[in-house]
Design a binder for this molecule. Structure first.
Ligand code: IMP
Ligand code: MG
Length: 202
């Protein structure tokens, strides 16, 4: 069953694991599907394969950026074939609802030190890049053995700073997207696919 048929059926496809997607798909704010669930899973599995090859015999700690990276991190770590630890940071970026200012506040810091360890920041989406720029500065100052970035999505058209992003899931056009961790007003994070937000502000 393809994604459209599955959504039209209210998500009642017994071959897929249960999710809240069915009921939520009736919401008119959920627009065109940009990345269907099976494509997400396939790409996340590939990224985990790359990371597993690159981090063999190393001391990997995945740093999930709350809250958007929760689903991505959860799936990514399941597919990894190397040992890893996870830790989380929560940051809030000052600015309007749609544009971050680059002034970032740490709401929750890491539980443990990353000094001498191989850290990978796991982010949902890189938009202007300002939030990530701040995170990279803050984490580099803690002297990890290495520091890389793994982002599920990037919007290259929106980039304001050039940053080294080692692992990228999908490049997407300049649209506001929801699902698979990404929210609008804290909702829609539980969709198992990425969709365009419809009629924002209209
Ligand atoms: P940046 O500092 O402009 O790169 O903003 C990055 C943060 O803005 C991401 O971690 C998301 O939390 C949020 N964000 C940017 N674009 C989107 C989007 O299309 N949907 C949902 N959140 C987004
Ligand atoms: Mg985020």
């Amino acid at each position: 069953m393809d994604e459209r048929a599955r959504r039209a059926s209210g998500g009642r496809d017994k071959s897929r694991r249960p999710s809240a997607t069915g009921a939520a798909s009736l919401d008119p704010a959920i627009g065109e599907t940009l990345v269907p669930a099976d494509e997400l899973q396939g790409r996340v599995r590939d990224l985990a394969g790359e990371i597993s090859r690159d981090y063999q015999g190393r001391d990997l700690v995945l740093i999930g950026v709350l809250k958007g990276a929760v689903l991505f991190l959860g799936d990514l770590m399941r597919y990894l074939e190397v040992p890893c630890e996870i830790d989380f940071m929560a940051v809030s970026s000052y600015g309007s609802e749609t544009d971050s200012s680059g002034v970032v506040r740490i709401l929750k810091d890491l539980d443990a030190s990353i000094e001498g360890r191989d850290a990978v920041i796991v982010e949902d989406i890189i938009d202007s890049g300002l939030t990530l720029q701040y995170l990279l500065r803050s984490l580099r100052a803690r002297n990890p053995a290495s520091l890389e970035v793994c982002a599920l999505l990037t919007k290259p058209e929106r980039r304001r700073v050039d940053l080294p992003i080692r692992y990228v899931g999908f490049e997407i056009p300049n649209r506001f997207v929801i699902g698979y961790g990404l929210d609008y007003g804290q909702r829609y994070r539980n969709l198992d696919y990425v969709a365009v937000l419809e009629n924002r502000g209209g």
